[in-house]
Design a protein around this ligand. Structure first.
Ligand code: BGC
Ligand code: ZN
Length: 367
């Protein structure tokens, strides 16, 4: 069967290749789920992998099948599988457990091991292929009525985790009732985070580079009830002066400089959550004395968040469902650039590097 792969460590090597079709019996103890892949999304992580800035091939292979945002339909299940059956729509988690205590309690998303295993990213083949098989533990049932948004299940899990972690960590304050949130970046993560924070009744500013006029990202953010602000019009200090300092910032620009600039504007007792995976080697100067002083005196929290486990997928999917009924027709506007079939793989990365493009995904099969 067809798959799209790269040679990790060598830049620009994306290619189509033929790999063996997996079987439900590849997973022991009757726990296998064979999934027919319908759609696979691509994101900045795939771009970094193709730039050889990130990612690694599985041991013994010189290629990595890419794709970590999958939506599919169950084709066959092993004898011990009870929570999904053939014909069910499903998503699949990305990270697989190592051996740390966190991995053993179903929290591989916070593994304490340096080496982590992620399908389509690090040391494990991904989903950009016709079929995949995995342990039932990692297969997340997805509501068929929402199947047009299925490819957003993985990015939604990443947002759900970031927000959940902020609320969990802020328990340190005994009471935390955030009023204002800023979402930095208006890519898929920024927009889904915007929606999730609006569903939690926060006053949200979605802040990104591109001017608001004629900008789909601004329209989507505003349709969720957020304010869209372009950094071309206002500095972060201006936004803080006009709208007030945020109690929560979710940083999802992919630009580490912005992550540090955010440290200048966070409100007292606030939380800044960093989610951008920046594989490059850029550096920046910061006003370290000022920031250090303000953060100490203001009891502020800096939190990194990556990946999403089974529960975060379920939370993300629940928010997609609530968002779809609260803001009808809005979430699907994120799905801007379908590419039909894996044969057209050369189109993927040029589309990804165009900042006006919101979501690129491959339609692999109909279902
Ligand atoms: C994926 C996450 C993953 C992270 C780090 C992101 O693009 O969506 O699932 O944990 O990259 O590799
Ligand atoms: Zn991703």
């Amino acid at each position: 069967m067809k798959a799209i792969a790269v040679h990790p460590g060598k830049a620009h090597t994306m290619h189509l290749r033929d790999i063996e079709k997996p079987s439900v019996s590849d997973i022991p103890n009757g726990r296998g789920v064979l999934v027919k892949v319908l759609q696979v999304g691509v994101d900045a992580t795939d771009m970094e992998i193709n730039e050889a800035l990130y990612g690694a091939a599985p041991a013994g292979d010189d290629y990595l099948v890419i794709g970590h945002e999958v939506f599919g339909i169950v084709e066959e299940v092993g004898s011990s599988v009870t929570h999904v059956q053939p014909g069910d729509y499903v998503a699949c988690t990305v990270r697989r457990p190592g051996k740390s205590i966190y991995d053993r309690i179903g929290r591989s998303d916070i593994t304490s091991e340096e080496t982590y295993f992620e399908r389509g990213i690090n040391l494990l083949h991904g989903f950009m292929t016709e079929y995949f098989v995995d342990d039932a533990e990692f297969i997340v049932k997805y509501p068929g009525a929402l199947k047009n948004l299925g490819v957003l299940a993985e990015p939604a899990s990443v947002c759900a985790k970031a927000i959940e972690q902020a609320y969990a960590a802020q328990q340190r304050l005994q009471v935390w009732e955030p009023k204002k949130a800023w979402v930095m970046g208006a890519g898929q993560i920024g927009l889904l985070a915007t929606m999730m924070l609006k569903l939690r009744r926060l006053d949200v500013c979605t802040i990104a580079r591109s001017p608001a006029e004629g900008n789909l990202k601004a329209e989507i953010a505003e349709s969720f009830g957020a304010q869209y602000v372009s950094t071309k019009d206002q500095s972060l200090h201006d936004v803080a002066r006009e709208h007030g300092r945020p109690d929560l910032i979710i940083e999802a620009t992919g630009n580490s400089m912005i992550a540090f600039q955010c440290m200048n504007v966070l409100n007292l007792n606030g939380a800044l959550v960093l989610t951008s995976v920046t594989g490059g080697s850029r550096s920046t100067e910061i006003e370290s004395d000022k920031i250090n002083l303000e953060w100490v005196l203001g009891n502020k929290l800096l939190l990194g968040s990556v990946n999403g486990n089974f529960r975060h997928f379920q939370a993300g999917i629940a928010d997609l469902a609530l968002g779809a009924s609260m803001y009808p027709g809005v979430i699907e506007r994120i799905l801007t650039h379908p590419v039909d079939g894996m044969d057209q793989h050369e189109k993927l990365l040029p589309l990804l590097s165009d900042s006006s493009v919101l979501k690129v995904f491959v339609n692999i099969a109909k279902g």
